[in-house]
Design a binder for this molecule. Structure first.
Ligand code: PMP
Length: 280
């Protein structure tokens, strides 16, 4: 069952027009939620970000987020989902192809959920990454459908035998293909400021809050490729990947080549916040 407009309907009954602007312009936004124990995790932050993305690209949601929340609850129940992901997409409208916004545009809402298990192996053992130039536009803070640069860079990283790409814009490290990036140097946690060059990750915000509680000093400041290469620890944060250690960068071990002590403390604190954490 899927979300289409204002209803939850069987997958085969969802019809998207080839004239949907999301389809030919990427003119739309999206949001991804984790479901733990059948409930949306950090839902207020995700709804707020969805509203912000919509407002930044001037798309009017067809109904309030309270109604969307109700519909997502129905979607999760209809699919009997316990642990998984929910994807929601809102495009400007379907209309003949022409760049200006059509008059009386009616936004098109679709959504689905899928089984997703926590990536336990990667959380435990870490992943590898390569540094690649960030070729995206200057509004990476909006969660738009325009993910072609992210897709190309992720594929390039994988073609080079790594799990993911860490992007740098010139000398400055920004984020990853679908996660934020953090590094630890001399006990201090560094991450790119939440400006227009990164997505303002919800897991990033949670991690920074946890770091505060654990009295780990934080610098939301620019740092360079050389700083990253000299880091004691590196990790990625995202809804699905949670806090994933990076143990190799461009083929070289990060720190001791195994997940470090600060990420371990943060991972523990993060898991403790998940619904049903006592059984995880
Ligand atoms: N950066 C990018 C480019 C992303 O696609 C994502 C995943 N949505 C993130 C960061 C992490 O955001 P969040 O923690 O809200 O999932």
């Amino acid at each position: 069952m899927m979300l289409s407009g204002n209803r939850i309907i069987p997958d085969e009954e969802v019809h998207i027009s080839p004239l949907d602007r999301g389809y030919y312009f990427g003119d739309g936004i999206y949001e991804v939620f984790c479901i733990y124990d059948g409930a949306l995790f950090e839902k207020e932050a995700h709804f707020q970000r969805l509203l912000r993305s919509a407002s930044e690209v001037r798309i009017a949601l067809p109904y309030p987020t309270e109604r969307l929340e109700e519909l997502l609850g129905e979607l999760i129940a209809a699919n009997g989902m316990d642990t998984g992901l929910v994807y929601v997409q809102i495009t400007r409208c379907a209309a003949p192809r022409s760049h200006p916004f059509p008059l009386n545009a009616e936004a098109v809402v679709t959504g689905w959920c899928t089984e997703y298990q926590r990536p336990l192996d990667q959380l435990e053992n870490g992943i590898t990454a390569v540094l690649l130039e960030d070729i995206r536009w200057h509004r990476c803070d909006i969660k738009t459908l325009n993910l072609l640069p992210n897709v190309l860079l992720k594929q390039e990283a994988m073609d080079r035998g790594a799990n993911d790409a860490i992007f740098h814009r010139g000398d400055t490290v920004t984020e990853s293909s679908s996660s934020n990036v953090m590094m630890v140097k001399d006990g201090v946690l560094w991450t790119h400021p939440a400006d227009n060059h990164i997505l303002h990750g919800i897991t990033r915000a949670v991690t920074l809050k946890l770091a505060g509680q654990l009295q780990i000093p934080v610098k939301e400041q620019f740092y360079t490729v050389d700083d990253l290469r000299a880091a004691d620890e590196i990790f990625l944060t995202s809804t699905g990947a949670e806090l994933t250690p990076v143990v190799k960068l461009d083929g070289q071990p990060v720190g001791a080549g195994v997940p470090g002590p600060i990420i371990r403390r943060l991972q523990q604190a993060y898991v403790a916040r998940l619904p049903g954490s006592s059984s995880r």
